[in-house]
Structure formats: structure tokens, C-alpha cells
Ligand binder design. Structure first.
Ligand code: AMP
Length: 286
């Protein structure tokens, strides 16, 4: 595995390969866990060369968010990437001009709800950095996790709107044995907070099960989830049921692909998770 820290370096390393070998790319902010590794493994099955980036993107953090304390563990990340047969690891010190970007991308649709509503400018920061990374790596395929479903939807939209010749592939959510969705931020949780955090996946599973049992009223499903969170003293930022692709709010589940989304604070840690919820007649296959 080769590690590069500048865009010039990774560009020159990739130059000889372009055109002969397909390239799959997995962008991350590091502190890698089994969720990231599953995306790397997926990338491995889709292309000849696998590139991972580790970059904590300041542009996607709000003023009062955890940029400074975001966990960083590059040596362990490099070992995990080598073990997962990654070919190139890109770890830039920065991707922006010294005084910040002069040009950035702006999301319009898809970012006014869910995490976008609570984190002003977050998805502008995400699409700007992903665009820069795509320009440097120029992958054929990029793999993103369904854990950040809204991000995946927005990246798909960016690639389509900007006519980028890149196939975006989603990877399923990897969970701990007890259901907690893996996240770099889970390490902020104390033991008791971690136990309470389980209410998030329990609430999502309860909505999924109730929908499978025939409940079609979104408000009734959300009430179930709200009660489960409340019993665990977990404060939801949102509990939402939305169309999986347009992210439009759904009142009634019919045959459309639909997902349930929760963001919640457990102590000071903000966690997000989502599941597919299908009525018995729905057919999005999950
Ligand atoms: P991050 O390092 O948090 O920016 O995440 C990098 C990529 O890993 C994103 O595409 C995330 O959606 C994905 N990811 C994070 N957690 C998980 C998980 N538990 N399962 C699958 N993918 C994940």
C-alpha cells in the first residue's frame, strides 16, 4: 500500500494506472471501524485498484461542532487499510487554499431536511470536499455508506447534476452485535450512554416491524419510536419517515421505497441511524 499526503503525489502515482485499471474510491474521515472496512471490501469487488482517503474536512463542521475533538487515529487507520488490501491511502494535511476555499459548491434540494436542517452548511462542505477528492482521484466508482443516507442521496444527486462520470455505490449499515450502528463518534459514549444509545436502533427496528405488520400511518410509527427514545432518556433531534430517494416526507406508507431516520443526542454525542421501512406490499428488497 502506498501512502500519499499531497494531491500531486497521488496524481502522479495514479497516472500510470489510468486507462488500464478501474479505480474504486472510499472517502472517509478516518478512525476506521468495521463499517468503513465493509465499504473497502465492497470497493475491492468492484474495481482493480482501491483508494481510501482519510481527511477530517473542516468545511463540513459547524462552529459549535466537534472538529477539534473529532477522533483521529491515522497509524491504526493505515494498518487497517493495509490489512484490507487497500492499494493507495490518501491522507492530505489540507485540501483548501491557506485562507479557506474561494469557491465552494452549494446544495439546494435534499439538504433542507434531516441533518441538513440542523447542521447549516454541512452538506455544502461535504459536496465541496467530495468534489475536490473526485477531481484528485478521478475514480470510476465511489462507495459511500447508507449509514449517512442523506449524504449518499446528495452525492448521487451531485454526480448526476454535474455530469460526473463516476458510479456511486451504497454500502449497507454495519452494526455492533447489539444493533448500535458503528460510528467513529461511538467512542465518545460512556458505558451508560452507550446502553441508552441502543434505543435509537431499537426505535428504528420497532418502526420497521410495525410497518411490516401492516401499520401504514407514519405518525403512528413515529410515536412508537418517540416512546422508545423517551423511555431511554434519549432526546431526538428528529424522527422522520421519508421517501428513500427524494427524501420527501411521507404521511402514509404505500408502495414507495421509504426509510425511517433518527438523529439523537446521547449526552453530548450526536448519533444518526436509519432503516428501510416497508409495508407488506412494498418492494425495495430490504
Ligand atoms: P466518515 O468517516 O464518518 O465520514 O464515513 C466515511 C464513510 O463510511 C461514509 O460513506 C459513511 O457513510 C460510511 N460509514 C460510516 N459508518 C458506517 C457504518 N456503520 N456502516 C457502513 N458505512 C458506514
Amino acid at each position: 500500500m502506498r501512502i500519499s499526503t499531497t494531491s500531486a503525489e497521488i496524481r502522479s502515482q495514479l497516472k500510470a494506472l489510468r486507462g488500464h485499471r478501474s479505480i474504486a474510491f472510499v472517502p472517509t474521515m478516518g478512525c476506521l471501524h468495521a463499517g468503513h472496512i465493509s465499504l473497502i471490501e465492497k470497493a475491492r469487488t468492484l474495481a482493480d485498484i482501491v483508494i481510501v482517503s482519510v481527511y477530517v474536512n473542516p468545511l463540513q463542521f459547524g462552529a459549535n461542532e466537534d472538529l477539534d475533538t473529532y477522533p483521529r487515529s491515522f497509524d491504526a487507520d493505515a494498518r487497517a487499510c493495509a490489512d484490507a488490501n487497500v492499494d493507495f491511502l490518501f491522507h492530505p494535511a489540507t485540501l483548501y487554499p491557506e485562507h479557506g476555499p474561494n469557491i465552494s459548491l452549494k446544495t439546494t434540494k435534499l439538504s433542507d431536511c434531516l441533518c441538513g436542517a440542523a447542521r447549516a452548511g454541512h452538506f455544502d462542505g461535504v459536496v465541496t470536499v467530495v468534489n475536490i477528492l473526485f477531481n484528485i482521484v478521478q475514480p470510476d466508482i465511489a462507495v459511500f455508506g447508507e449509514k449517512d443516507w442523506q449524504q449518499l442521496a446528495i452525492i448521487r444527486c451531485m454526480v448526476s447534476d454535474l455530469h460526473m462520470p463516476i458510479e456511486i455505490v451504497g454500502g449497507g449499515i454495519v452494526r455492533e452485535a447489539d444493533g448500535l450502528a458503528m460510528s467513529s463518534r461511538n467512542r465518545y459514549l460512556s458505558d451508560s450512554e452507550r446502553t441508552r444509545a441502543l434505543a435509537i436502533s431499537r426505535a428504528l427496528t420497532a418502526m420497521q416491524q410495525a410497518a411490516r405488520d401492516g401499520e401504514t400511518d407514519a405518525e403512528a410509527l413515529k410515536t412508537r419510536a418517540r416512546n422508545i427514545l423517551q423511555n431511554a432518556a434519549v432526546q431526538p433531534e428528529y424522527i422522520d419517515i421519508r421517501h428513500a430517494i427524494t427524501l420527501k416526507e411521507e404521511q402514509q406508507l404505500k408502495h414507495q421505497p421509504t426509510r425511517a431516520f433518527i438523529a439523537a443526542r446521547v449526552g453530548k454525542t450526536r448519533l444518526i441511524d436509519n432503516v428501510a421501512i416497508n409495508t407488506p406490499l412494498s418492494c425495495d428488497g430490504q
